[in-house]
Design a protein around this ligand. Structure first.
Ligand SMILES: NC(=O)c1ccc[n+]([C@@H]2O[C@H](COP(=O)([O-])OP(=O)(O)OC[C@H]3O[C@@H](n4cnc5c(N)ncnc54)[C@H](OP(=O)(O)O)[C@@H]3O)[C@@H](O)[C@H]2O)c1
Length: 270
């Protein structure tokens, strides 16, 4: 397949390279900021910059929307695609029918729609990730498109699933807790140690063991430790005192400690 990208950010950086490594050239990249598109183009074999959202003359088969979820509707409404192109978005939470509806309204030619959602975290300009084990969640509005997207996915990854919009929404919500919130909390830990000029590196074996144990356990709650798990209320009070001049962190600490304590009660009951 020949592929074009709309968006050149975190996901596009890794996905475009992965498509090329699987033998599917990226021919065009569009981004709102031309220099941004240029940076991605420079990483690819033979791609060129598309200066606007008019792809009417493109020879690509697949058009990948790699822009923030909230920009999908506005950008798709302005997109001009060639006849019988496949347009996919890469969002965890946008239902497929949003693309279908937009194409029905705005496209003058028939366009097929689908979803190609890689369940991983991507950051632009970091070394290209291998997609071998990255789950690819596929959805399409007709069987032929579904088959083509699954075949493409299987050339990149050994973990390809058909996932409908409702299932994908739940997977994405779970991913926000598992990945985004965990990463935010690691940032909080880094700021706390930095403020006292302590080495964040001291925490790294603990972070690694926490993740390893949680992944190996039947349920992460079963390997929960810490003051909230033990019911060490004096220690919790000390921590809350320490955070008294940081009201946002204090709220986060309290909310998470309450959650852990409720989980302990539930686990004991079951
Ligand atoms: N990052 C991840 O870990 C990840 C994982 C799985 C799925 N996804 C999905 O991938 C999609 C892209 O996410 P991302 O993290 O790659 O986002 P991102 O890095 O923020 O995407 C940036 C790209 O979107 C363009 N853009 C931003 N706002 C825009 C707007 N209002 N109108 C038009 N273009 C706009 C930017 O253009 P300029 O910079 O040129 O202005 C740039 O090309 C999302 O649907 C997301 O759910 C992301």
């Amino acid at each position: 397949m020949k592929i074009s990208f709309i968006g050149a950010g975190n996901l596009a950086w890794h996905l475009a390279i992965a498509f090329e490594n699987a033998g599917h050239p990226v021919s065009e990249v569009y981004s709102r900021d031309v220099d941004h598109a240029r940076r991605l183009v420079s990483m690819l074999y033979d791609a060129r910059l598309n200066p606007d959202l008019n792809f009417a003359e493109s020879s690509s088969d697949l058009f990948v929307l790699a822009i923030p979820d909230d920009a999908i509707e506005e950008v798709t409404a302005r997109l001009v695609l060639p006849e019988n192109a496949i347009l996919v978005h890469t969002s965890g939470s946008k239902p497929l029918e949003v693309l279908r509806r937009l194409m029905d309204i705005y496209s003058d030619v028939p366009v097929r729609t689908g979803v190609f959602y890689p369940l991983q975290t991507f950051t632009e300009s970091t070394p290209a990730l291998s997609f071998d084990d990255i789950p690819l969640c596929i959805e399409a509005d007709d069987p032929d498109t579904e088959e083509r997207l699954v075949a493409l996915g299987q050339e990149m990854s050994s973990v390809v699933y058909l996932v409908d919009s409702q299932e994908r929404k739940v997977l994405h919500l779970a991913a926000v807790f598992a990945c985004n919130f965990t990463n935010y909390l690691l940032g909080v830990a880094k700021d706390l140690t930095d403020a006292e000029e302590l080495e964040f590196d001291l925490l790294k074996p603990l972070i690694e063991e926490t993740i390893r144990k949680a992944l190996d356990a039947p349920h992460p709650a079963q390997v929960q430790t810490g003051p909230a798990r033990r019911g060490d209320l004096d220690t919790i009070s000390l921590h809350l005192d320490f955070l008294s001049d940081k009201p946002e962190l204090l709220q986060v600490y309290q909310l998470l400690s309450d959650g852990i304590q409720r989980t302990v009660v539930r686990t004991q009951r079951s």
